[in-house]
Design a protein around this ligand. Structure first.
Ligand code: FAD
Ligand code: EPU
Length: 341
């Protein structure tokens, strides 16, 4: 039976370093321990927070329930052919360590996703993405435990309904499953994705044919370290808002007024805007309110240097949203999830 710790401070378990107390905390190292933790929550009628690295949550207040910290381990090649390996990874493994493991073993496809904090089990939740690659590009399937029935279910790529920072686990199946393993389809041959302009620019000195996946990974790490604060030094959750997707008509009107607006094509009817640019040009970059800050190197990142309460971060977020809406008519949506809801 895993150890249930009552009245447990989870400040060290969220990268915003918000001090918040959970009624109960339990770390689980196997599917059996997970089942036992879920049974305890059912008996005690406790709300659940399934926790990986805590790098995409905001604790608004104390959590009146059971926090289940997923600490399962394991990486197995479950199938391979001349071209690909299928690597099955336990949810509790660290994402960046997985990227390093894959490179060390000559399994390619994760290099653009280097240095994203957090656990493997959380990666499908918002279909993590960076530098032109998303989890869905390397995803084969996942196993997840149904919280109500206790049954283990396999989800294919199609059934996960991945989108930009989105999946079925944030929509119709929200709070219904605990992801236990993720299987990735990785290539034995390097297949580089250098479409992201900043990444291409960082590798411009190396002749195209000679660029290696290790160099792509190193370049991604360097770019990220130049603008994203290390949560160990300055508590944060990465991008606080999603890049908003608007209609082409709204985009064209805005572009007339703000010719420098940064945007990315989505489809014939939609355009994605850089939320960091909007927040920056609404005057927020580097601003601090009640000890909580808009990061000076990347306005899309809110930081909590004083390790203060979550409600102060949410108050700053509200002000940023109101001001971007007023100036640009664009509504920003938060990326991290708020607990308790
Ligand atoms: P947590 O914060 O622990 O949980 C996030 C959500 O997933 C919660 O709702 C939780 O209940 C749920 N969850 C976690 N594990 C499971 C599970 N096993 N089963 C079911 N539900 C689960 N994200 C990007 O996409 N791209 C980036 O480039 C990026 N850069 C970042 C940079 C920094 C500095 C930081 C701090 C964050 C960044 N993020 C980025 C966000 C974050 O790293 C990802 O969302 C990551 O996948 C979160 O993992 P986690 O284990 O910390 O999740
Ligand atoms: N910009 C500004 N001012 C700022 C910040 C950004 O003008 O203060 C401009 C930049 O100059 C650039 C554009 O906005 O032209 C985009 O900035 P950046 O390249 O830093 O990327 P982003 O759109 O802000 C997204 C993801 C990141 C991901 C990077 C790289 C979202 C919400 N964020 O950031 O993901 O790492 O692209 O692919 O999609 C995360 O989700 O937590 C995260 C960090």
């Amino acid at each position: 039976m895993p150890l249930f710790l009552p009245h447990f401070n989870i400040q060290k378990f969220n990268t915003l370093a918000v001090p918040a107390v959970a009624n109960y905390f339990v770390a689980v190292q196997s599917d059996e321990e997970l089942q036992e933790a879920l049974a305890f929550a059912k008996t005690e009628k406790l709300p659940l927070l399934i926790l990986g690295g805590g790098s995409n949550i905001v604790l608004r207040a104390d959590f009146p329930g059971l926090v289940i910290h997923i600490k399962t381990r394991g990486l197995d090649v479950v199938a391979e052919n001349d071209e690909f390996v299928w690597l099955k990874v336990a949810a509790g493994e660290n994402w960046h360590q997985l990227v390093e493991y894959s490179l060390d073993n000559g399994y390619y496809g994760l290099e653009n996703l280097s240095l994203i904090p957090g656990s493997v089990g959380a990666a499908p939740i918002q279909n993590i993405g960076a530098y032109g690659v998303e989890l869905k590009d390397v995803f084969a399937e996942l196993s997840a435990l149904n919280i109500q029935s206790g049954l283990m279910v396999t989800f294919t790529k199609e059934s996960c309904q991945f989108g930009y920072r989105d999946s079925i686990f944030k929509q119709s199946l929200k709070d219904q499953y605990v992801i236990t393993t993720v299987t990735l389809k990785l290539s034995k041959m390097p297949r580089l994705n250098l479409q992201y302009p900043a990444l291409r620019a960082a590798l411009a000195d190396i002749p195209g044919a000679e660029v290696s996946p290790e160099q792509v990974s190193a370049a991604v790490v360097t770019i990220r370290q130049s603008k994203l604060p290390d949560p160990q030094q300055i508590p944060n959750v990465g991008s606080f808002f999603k890049n908003p997707i608007i209609s082409v008509a709204q985009f064209e009107a805005l572009k007339l007024q703000y010719p420098q607006l940064v945007s990315y094509p989505v489809d014939e009817l939609h355009v994605k805007l850089a939320a960091g640019w909007l927040i920056d040009h609404a005057g927020w970059r580097g601003k601090e309110i009640n000890g909580v800050r808009v990061h000076p190197d990347q306005a899309l990142v809110l930081t909590n240097p004083g390790k203060l309460e979550g409600k102060l971060i949410l108050q700053l977020a509200d002000r940023v949203v109101a001001s971007v809406r007023e100036q640009f008519g664009v509504v920003l949506e938060m990326e991290p999830r708020v607990y308790p809801e």
